[in-house]
Design a protein around this ligand. Structure first.
Ligand SMILES: [Fe+2]
Ligand SMILES: [Fe+2]
Length: 254
């Protein structure tokens, strides 16, 4: 089976570019499952009902998020949707859920969303959260989106879950890393998938605004860049009978 995991989709332009490219990608690579990180899919950051509905109706089978899960407070009810996740290690009492199991007929696959705590919000320990969730999942096909800043924390999660899950893919930094690997002959891993949205930008944001803010530290309203988009993703080929990854391929589609 083949799973496409698309990195942080940024804004309306990113959403539309994803929708526009997915059909030919599905045909070319014979993709069975599409997972996307949608934490920046709304215009003006975060995720809204509109952006989530757009991604789901244009081919996403499941949506993960991250530190911007609750940026749009008015959209909190989207997390009642069975296919939309927020990091599982948010403390008890936080709305939403961090993992789900999807039934594809001949096999099932679990998706787990976790967030790092190094240089990020000090939420619950993601390693303990992973252990907790793995005890409850009864399919060998398990895909983890580890939304984190620090490379070392992501590498550690990859090695911690190696042999226990089908894949650990990193999101959040919006820059694709070239360290894709199969760990323990079982677990596909990459530190960051990258982003889907305007390429000539600072992580999706208009360069002039981002530079001005970085230079002066004066608050600025971030606006998505209007430059041409690219799509960053990984294609994971796995054996759905045992949950083992055979290959991970990085994609950058312009
Ligand atoms: Fe992001
Ligand atoms: Fe993020």
């Amino acid at each position: 089976m083949k799973l496409l995991f698309v990195g942080d989709i940024v804004g309306k332009e990113g959403c539309e570019f994803f929708a526009q490219k997915l059909y030919s990608l599905k045909k070319e690579y014979k993709i069975d499952i599409v997972a996307v990180n949608g934490e920046n899919s709304a215009q003006g950051n975060g995720i809204t009902k509109f952006s989530a509905d757009f991604l789901l109706s244009n081919g996403a089978d499941v949506i993960t998020t991250g530190n911007h899960s609750f940026k749009r407070r008015e959209a909190v009810e989207i997390y009642e949707h069975p296919l939309i996740l927020r990091p599982a290690n948010y403390p008890d009492g936080c709305p939403g859920k961090g993992w789900c199991v999807l039934d594809f007929g001949s096999f099932r696959a679990a998706f787990v969303n976790l967030m790092g705590v190094v240089y990020m919000e000090p939420i619950d320990n993601p390693f303990d959260a992973a252990d907790n969730i793995l005890r409850q999942i009864d399919t060998p096909n398990i895909f983890v989106d580890f939304h984190a800043e620090a490379t070392a924390e992501k590498k550690c999660m990859g090695h911690y879950l190696a042999g226990r899950v089908t894949a650990v893919v990193g999101t959040h930094t919006h820059v694709q890393t070239s360290d894709e690997i199969i760990l323990k002959n079982h677990t596909a891993y990459i530190t960051d998938i990258g982003m889907t949205g305007p390429e000539l930008s600072v992580l999706g944001v208009d360069t002039q605004i981002a530079v001005q803010k970085m230079k002066t530290h004066f608050p600025a309203k971030f606006v998505e860049s209007s430059e041409a988009c690219f799509l960053n993703a990984v294609l994971i080929d796995f054996d759905e009978k045992v949950g083992k990854s055979k290959q991970i391929l990085r994609l950058i589609i312009r």
